[in-house]
Design a protein around this ligand. Structure first.
Ligand SMILES: Nc1ncnc2c1ncn2[C@@H]1O[C@H](COP(=O)(O)OP(=O)(O)OP(=O)(O)O)[C@@H](O)[C@H]1O
Length: 258
């Protein structure tokens, strides 16, 4: 079966269970899935576990192949995880760092391909800058280029927009969506901005305390009821004048007894 299927999945740390008995029938190929949930609910733990960077038990099927049974090197050819921040102290040019990422995944290391991707991301002018001399947002864009050039089947992006301005947030989500469709891959993106999820996601997972609360199309998952249950806020979903749904937050859900 194509797509990603998760069954009876557990992950966490020696002193702490985080993801408990998670099952997701199917994350579709060619679509962006946004993973939502409050701070500390287990979003990064889950992405790292999907990538084989955290211990996990259960079943994890990617395009019909059981990932947990694969050696780490074969799994890393199929799954790429972009962490919230790039490792510090890497003294490489942007261009070199992406060529290294491309060669590590069996690519040709072609400078022309890398430059074309940097152009698409709007950062070709940074090609000869050192990674450790970039701004936070510039580093995020380079991290995205390093991830895309590796041509994974499953792309896991952990808060890739957190340091980006409004223009780049839109540009990056648009680009990731186009590339996800063009390459027919599965992309899972963690974001905190519900309106970005409503606008750009094609599928949404909502987590609370390591458990799946909702799974489906954005407008089915992001409702006043789920916002109250998962985030403890009173919200409304309204159509703006251009027909795009928007979440408006009116306040916090009253504590019982207050
Ligand atoms: N290395 C670790 N060792 C032990 N516990 C950890 C570790 N990393 C995270 N945790 C705990 O696991 C839980 C889930 O953390 P995780 O980083 O997955 O949450 P998150 O949903 O990504 O949060 P945020 O939105 O704040 O980034 C938290 O309670 C956190 O304290």
């Amino acid at each position: 079966m194509s797509g990603l299927r998760i069954r009876g999945f557990y992950s966490g740390y020696p002193q702490r269970k985080v993801i408990e008995n998670l099952s997701v029938p199917r994350l579709p190929r060619g679509k962006i899935t946004v993973l939502l949930g409050p701070n500390g609910c287990g979003k990064s733990t889950l992405l790292r576990a999907l990538a084989g960077l955290n211990p996990a038990q259960g079943e994890l099927w990617l395009n019909g192949e059981e990932l947990l049974a694969l050696p780490f090197s074969r799994r890393a050819e199929r799954v790429v995880y972009l962490p919230q921040s790039l490792p510090a102290g890497v003294h490489l040019h942007v261009l070199e760092s992406i060529i290294v990422a491309q060669r590590a995944s069996g690519g040709s290391g072609s400078e022309a391909d890398v430059m074309a991707l940097l152009e698409q991301l709007g950062i070709a002018h940074l090609a000869l800058n050192y990674l450790d001399q970039l701004s936070g947002g510039q580093k995020q864009l380079v991290g995205l280029a390093q991830s895309l050039i590796r041509r994974p089947q499953l792309l896991l992006l952990d808060e890739p927009l957190s340091a980006l301005d409004l223009n780049y947030q839109f540009h990056v989500m648009d680009l990731v969506r186009r590339e996800t469709r063009r390459r027919n891959i599965i992309t899972v993106v963690v974001v905190h901005d519900i309106n970005i999820a409503l606008r750009h996601a094609e599928h949404v997972l909502m987590l609370k305390q390591g458990r799946l609360i909702a799974d489906g199309e954005p407008e089915q998952v992001i409702t006043a009821q789920s916002l109250a249950q998962v985030y403890g806020v009173r919200g409304r979903i309204e159509l703006c004048s251009q027909g795009t749904p928007q979440v408006l937050i009116d306040g916090l859900v009253a504590e019982p007894g207050l």
